[in-house]
Structures are given as C-alpha cells and as structure tokens.
Design a protein around this ligand. Structure first.
Ligand code: ZN
Length: 117
C-alpha cells in the first residue's frame, strides 16, 4: 500500500530527472492529453495496483528514477553505485539492476523510498 504523499515524492523525483508522468499515463491508457480522465491520472495510479506496477516497471521511469549510469566497478567485483555483482556481467546499467531487485521485493514502494533522498 502506497500513500499519496509517498507516490507524489517518487513521481516528483523521476520528473526532476526527465520522466513525464502524464505522457506515460496517456500512452499507457491510450488517452489524448486533453481527455478529462487525465486530470485523475495521479489518483488512478494510486488506487490501481496494475497501473502502479506498470509505472514501477516502466523503463522510462526507472531510467529517470535511478539514472542512466553504467555500473562503476573501479577494479572491484561489485558496482559501487547499485551493488550489482555477477560472475559474468549480464546487465550494463544500474537502473536495470534496480529493476531486477525490485521485482523480487514484496514491498516495492519501500525499495523505491530508499532512493528518495
Ligand atoms: Zn551499478
């Protein structure tokens, strides 16, 4: 369960880094920008588990939320930015690692909240 305050903060952080919530929402629901339902976008996502999950797993959202940095190994095995470790590097970007991690979590909002600051 996510509160409106928390979801607003999460979306705000992504928007500060180039994500456009309304563009995503319209595309997701196949709506025109001037459709009346767009005004309710935030509350629709807040109250709809499917839409919330779609937002969390949107690559555009993830890129904005965690940034589009490649892993930083600096001679060690674990990425110093996101903690990614694998014997064979299968993914290139930190946000992809976060998407894999959040997929395993039961409390996905809690995972996102850790990166709000
Ligand atoms: Zn990384």
């Amino acid at each position: 369960m996510v509160t409106g305050k928390t979801l607003k903060e999460i979306i705000k952080k992504a928007e500060e880094n180039g994500f456009n919530f309304y563009t995503w929402y319209c595309k997701q629901r196949n709506l025109g920008y001037n459709t009346p339902e767009v005004k309710e976008a935030f509350y629709f996502v807040l109250s709809n588990k499917f839409m919330l999950t779609a937002l969390i797993f949107s690559h555009d959202f993830a890129k904005a939320y965690w940034g589009e940095n490649k892993h930083s190994f600096n001679g060690v095995d674990m990425c110093s930015v996101c903690g990614y470790y694998d014997e064979v590097i299968k993914i290139e970007y930190c946000y992809e690692h976060h998407l894999q991690q959040i997929a395993l979590k039961k409390q996905r909002i809690k995972y996102l909240e850790r990166f709000l600051k």
